[in-house]
Design a protein around this ligand. Sequence first.
Ligand SMILES: NC(=O)c1ccc[n+]([C@@H]2O[C@H](COP(=O)([O-])OP(=O)(O)OC[C@H]3O[C@@H](n4cnc5c(N)ncnc54)[C@H](O)[C@@H]3O)[C@@H](O)[C@H]2O)c1
Length: 257
Amino acid sequence: MLSLQLEGRTVVVTGAGQGQGAAETRLLAEAGALVIATDLAAEMPADLALPPASAGALLYRQLDVSNASHWAGLADWIRSEGRQVDGLVNNAGITQRSRLLDVLVADLQRVYEVNVAGALLGIQALTPLMASGSAIVNVGSVAGLTAHYPVAYTASKWALRGLSQVAAMELGPRGIRVNTVHPGFIETPMTASAKPEFKHATLAETPLGRTGSVEEVAGVVLFLLSPLSSYVTGAEIPVDGGQSGHGGAKSVSDAMR
Ligand SMILES: NC(=O)c1ccc[n+]([C@@H]2O[C@H](COP(=O)([O-])OP(=O)(O)OC[C@H]3O[C@@H](n4cnc5c(N)ncnc54)[C@H](O)[C@@H]3O)[C@@H](O)[C@H]2O)c1
């Protein structure tokens, strides 16, 4: 029977300490998965406490996604525990808000190390532990679908789309699915650090007229890890209240009312 339930499945989530990663961890555990939640901190962040009724379980490991030896250590540990990996959520990401004429190559490199190389290293380290039926979800952004102004971040999310498509093509024959979600403005510590003008301007471009919640992203991630999406790979799903779908036509439509 097709189901959203993930009982008996092991899922690794990166950047799980707060924001979307924490919500994904909680929802996946509620759906019955054993979630290996990872983030930069040595100790498990408080946000990760599971609701008492969770069917699944949670283990926490320190992992910097840009560090290949951290990934090797995680894979070795999972192997030594006698587990395989059924799901990977490449959620960890950083932003950098310099504009085109100010951004430094060093800024670009740092954002790429986390947002692009981090996902690549995760796929390289964990796919040897994945059997047919496993799934990977990469967390992109509407920035990767548009000309969003913070150029290093935007370029990194466009690059992540390319990585995702190659991974879907290469891993498909092994029965491993790879999909991407593209969040719009989601209320997290990342967006809390942006200027209020950013929120107001984004809302004006968002047909649903509101920001998104971390749970609304986590639900789509759960779907993409579950057997309900068993024939979906290489897909990109905006979770953005319609922001990217109108291709810039909303301000024209609004002006013509
Ligand atoms: N919040 C939004 O509106 C939004 C929109 C589009 C895309 N996204 C993407 O969603 C993902 C999650 O964003 P968020 O808003 O929850 O961000 P956040 O900043 O609230 O949380 C990100 C988490 O990633 C961790 N992290 C950062 N660098 C890391 C590294 N090198 N290794 C491991 N972990 C690291 C942080 O410690 C933090 O816990 C990111 O990929 C982000 O680019 C967010």
